[in-house]
Design a protein around this ligand. Structure first.
Ligand code: FDA
Length: 395
């Protein structure tokens, strides 16, 4: 097989595939190299197998990065509308589930098939090399040489699309960071994001028996807040609102939970003291909370006989806790459970137009390897498409 190409792309995930098809449609001959035995493995498992492939409400404010302007260019050059148009061209049925999140009606396999079909659309070519273990990357005389356990390839351009270390059992690695450092780029400390939070032992005593209970709540950290479901787990808290806020939480910090969004819990409890004086706390809380949670609160932090016997001060304290429960997580469930990795290749070393490194012409970083992380809900795939397309235009 010919080992000389116009570009080598490392990583055949969402960003790598998008970059490859874009370059091939501009007439380039690219090699797409991955150590996995199949392309797009995270696409296949995403969205419960239906791939939440983009979000109608994609705006730059819904991404985290040390440079909050960096991702604007790529997101505006290749938009959610552009990706949706491709999905529609391939007649893939989809629907909006909630909050602008677009999912395939049937299977995520349709998205992978679409990307592979686009790779074959020419006039250039995509030479896909799977199950290739990369053993070395060298750069000399304006050429990159990638050595693998199955031979070597060379090209004047190298695109790194190997993602971040989330879900290592799927083959995720920190390869991009090691390579970036070797070429003199800096890394914004990577950390698990969109990840369940774990509880300290005292909170866990309350939470563990509630495992499986979910409710509509607001999770807030600093000025950022998300109203969606939270879910009690045997290790702490999960659910969409918790996954979202986990990306903003820093170790040692606290998050605030409003378990009764839109309801003034103190006013509610004082009202019930007057209107249902003989009722117990559990019975009153069950009116507005899942009954297992009401029971646990009545057995634990909010004990009391009849409402009439509860001093107003105690009801105010309970109401305050329900609307502003301060939760100090012990940590997160780590990369094993993190949907994405926040942090990554420092955007100061990259062109926001093309994703090419400023100091090493021909070297590009795209997708999750870069310090740009989206909210839950299709934003991370949109970043993979937009950054992959931007680099593909420059190859
Ligand atoms: P991605 O991880 O997709 O691809 C990297 C590729 O590089 C892989 O093929 C890997 O095998 C390869 N690779 C890694 N190290 C290598 C090495 N050393 N040598 C060779 N190859 C190497 N997002 C979203 O928007 N909507 C959703 O529904 C979901 N759902 C979801 C579910 C789950 C369970 C997870 C874990 C993640 C999601 N995501 C998501 C996030 C989304 O999957 C993620 O943001 C993108 O896949 C990132 O695309 P990349 O191409 O950058 O990396």
């Amino acid at each position: 097989m010919n080992d000389s190409h116009d570009a080598i792309i490392l990583g055949a995930g969402a960003a790598g595939l998008m970059c490859a098809l874009t370059a091939a449609q501009r007439g380039r001959r690219v090699a797409l190299v991955d150590h996995a035995e199949a392309v797009g493995k995270k696409i296949l498992i995403s969205g419960g197998g239906r791939c939440n492939f983009t979000n109608l409400e994609t705006v730059p404010e819904r991404f985290l990065s040390a440079n909050r302007h960096f991702h604007k260019s790529a997101l505006s050059r290749y938009t959610q509308g552009d990706f949706i148009a491709m999905v529609e061209r391939h007649r893939i049925p989809y629907h909006e589930k909630t909050l602008g999140q677009l999912f395939c009606d049937d299977s995520a396999k349709r998205i992978v098939r679409m990307l592979l079909d686009e790779c074959r659309a020419g006039p250039g070519s995509v030479d896909i090399r799977l199950s290739h273990r990369i053993t070395d990357v060298a750069h000399a005389d304006a050429a990159f040489r990638v050595t693998t356990d199955k031979g070597s390839l060379s090209a004047p351009a190298l695109v790194v699309a190997t993602g971040g270390p989330s879900i290592p059992k799927m083959g995720a690695t920190g390869f991009a960071y090691d390579l970036a450092r070797r070429f003199g780029l800096t890394i914004v400390d990577p950390r698990p994001a969109l990840v369940p939070l774990t509880a300290r032992p005292d909170d866990l005593a309350l939470m563990r028996p509630l495992s499986g209970v979910s409710l509509d709540a607001v999770a807030a950290c600093g000025k950022t807040a998300f109203r969606e479901n939270i879910l009690f787990t045997h290790r702490g808290l999960s659910g969409p609102a918790i996954l979202q806020i986990s990306s903003y939480w820093q170790p040692g910090g606290a998050i605030t939970l409003d378990l009764l969004p839109g309801t003034d819990a103190t006013a509610f409890l004082l009202d019930r003291k007057a209107s249902r004086p003989k009722a117990g706390m559990k019975s009153v809380l069950s009116e507005i909370l899942p009954s297992r949670l009401a029971q646990a609160l009545a057995d634990g932090p909010f004990p009391g006989e009849a409402m009439a016997a509860m001093p107003d001060k105690a009801l105010r304290k309970a109401g305050d806790a329900l609307n502003r429960w301060r939760f100090e997580p012990a940590g997160t469930e780590g990369y094993a459970k993190a949907e994405v990795t926040a942090g990554g290749v420092d955007t100061r070393g990259l062109s926001s137009q093309t994703m090419e490194t400023r100091d090493v012409p021909g070297l590009f970083f795209i997708g999750e390897s870069v310090d740009v992380t989206g909210w839950l809900g299709g934003y991370n795939f949109q970043w993979a498409w937009s950054s992959g397309w931007s680099a593909g235009q420059a190859l």
